[in-house]
Write a new protein. Structure first.
Length: 69
């Protein structure tokens, strides 16, 4: 690669099993949250659904701020 080629930062994609390890909700509750617009819509690649790690982290950060009321 030449020095003039800009570096594209890596994007980490997460699937539902990985997300459910950090969010204590059921799979059906998770999809309900997506349907209601409470959680971002997935990036579809083929028949698979993915979310960026930034989307998941932002959601958790936003919710953790709300739970301190």
């Amino acid at each position: 690669m030449s020095q003039s080629t800009p570096q594209i930062p890596p994007i980490t994609l997460m699937r539902i099993p990985q997300i459910l390890k950090v969010m204590p909700v059921s799979k059906s509750k998770f999809w309900l949250m997506v349907q209601r617009g409470e959680f971002p819509k997935p990036i579809k690649i083929g028949r698979s659904s993915f979310w960026t790690i930034e989307q998941v982290q932002a959601f958790i950060r936003d919710r953790s701020g709300q739970s301190t009321n």
